[in-house]
Each structure stands twice: as structure tokens, then as C-alpha cells.
Design a protein. Structure first.
Length: 214
């Protein structure tokens, strides 16, 4: 079996029209844990405003610990809205994001979040096509249930694996992914939290399963 994990990362500036007297930083949606590959909105208020409409320079620097993530431009009220892409290849991590005003470095705001990697484990990895597998999953915070989308040519099946639990979307269960009489060939199995298949889901894990006759 081979595995694949899709993630995205980035910060982009948008408009955010509110104002505040003191700097603040918030994230939307608000959750106790976020999936690797997930995009969130990073809102900031109370920073130095952009008074010149033609000024396209960055006014706020966003960092994660000591690592620079990106720069953002504030609006006339000293606010910004950035799209923050989260990624983590293994485990779970608590991160602190800080926004620092580039005009007045004394103006800062921070927020702490928990990010989980996204992974599905299948055991045993070898055996008959219709074997019952022990399925373990973690990091699926984008929905209430884990789904497996099994594809081979025109054959398409969407299987509900079970409900994910806990802040970081974990699951352990036993299920059969392929029937006993599965045809010879290569099957792709994508795990995500959506009932309908979409190859472009940012939060997912995937396998290929080869069925052969000896």
C-alpha cells in the first residue's frame, strides 16, 4: 500500500472592516483542535491603520514562534483578515501565532491553537481482499464522521466508517473496505469527513490497495 496526504499552507490578505482600541487576534472557525490541511481566517484589530489607499505595503508581520509566516496589510481601521493554512506531518502540536505591527513594534497580539496531523492506519496491510481491517484515524476535525471513498474505474463506493471523537477527531473501529470477491486491480481509498467524494479535499488521507490473483 502507498499513502498520500494533501496539505496547503499560506497567508493572504483580505478586508476586515471592524476596529478596536487594543490589538487583538482571533481565529475562525473557533475549535479546540484543527486539522493539518485546514484553512482558517486570522482576524486582527487594533493595529496601525493604512491611511493612504495607494499604500500596498505590509503593516503587520505574522509569526509562528520564531518562524515568519507572512505579512498583511491593515485597513483604515487598523484591522486585517488573513487566510492561514495549517500543516503538520505527524503528531499533535500546540502553536502560538503572533501578529506584530511593523510601524509600532509595541503593538502585538497572540493566539494559541492546537493542530493535529491527519492519518489513517489500516491493519493488517496484507491478506484477502475482503478481510476485516482495524482502522485507526486521527486529525479529522472537519466533520462528525469518517468516510472511505473506494474507487476503481467505474466502480465507486462511499462507506461510512464511523463517528470521530474528541477535540482532534479520532476513531478506532473494524470494517471491511473491499468485498471478498473484489475484482483484480488497483483500488484507491480516500478517507475524509464528507459523504460525497471529491479528490480535492484538503483534509484527507489516502491509500492504494492492489488486488491480485496468484
Amino acid at each position: 500500500m502507498t499513502r498520500s496526504l494533501a496539505v496547503v499552507v499560506g497567508v493572504a490578505a483580505l478586508a476586515f472592516p471592524s476596529a478596536a482600541s487594543a490589538a487583538s487576534l482571533t481565529i475562525s472557525p473557533q475549535k479546540r483542535c484543527y486539522s493539518s490541511g485546514e484553512d482558517v481566517h486570522l482576524f486582527g484589530t487594533g493595529f496601525s491603520p493604512t491611511t493612504d489607499p495607494s499604500d500596498t505595503s505590509e503593516h503587520v508581520q505574522v509569526t509562528r514562534g520564531s518562524t515568519a509566516v507572512g505579512g498583511l496589510r491593515t485597513d483604515a481601521a487598523g484591522a486585517f483578515n488573513g487566510v492561514l493554512g495549517l500543516r503538520l506531518f505527524s503528531g499533535r502540536e500546540t502553536r502560538t501565532y503572533t501578529a506584530t505591527d511593523l510601524i509600532d513594534s509595541t503593538i502585538t497580539a497572540s493566539i494559541q491553537i492546537t493542530v493535529s496531523s491527519v492519518r489513517v492506519g489500516l491493519q493488517p496491510q496484507n491478506g484477502a481482499p475482503g478481510r476485516i481491517l482495524r482502522i485507526t484515524a486521527r486529525g479529522f476535525t472537519t466533520g462528525k464522521a469518517l468516510w472511505a471513498h473506494v474507487r476503481r474505474g467505474k466502480s465507486k463506493r462511499n462507506l461510512k466508517i464511523g463517528r470521530v471523537k474528541g477535540a482532534c477527531g479520532n476513531l478506532t473501529t473494524r470494517r471491511r473496505l473491499l468485498p471478498q470477491d473484489a475484482a483484480v486491480g488497483v483500488y484507491t481509498v480516500q478517507f475524509d469527513t464528507f459523504r460525497r467524494y471529491n479528490a480535492d479535499r484538503p483534509v484527507k488521507d489516502a491509500y492504494t490497495i492492489t488486488v491480485s490473483r496468484f
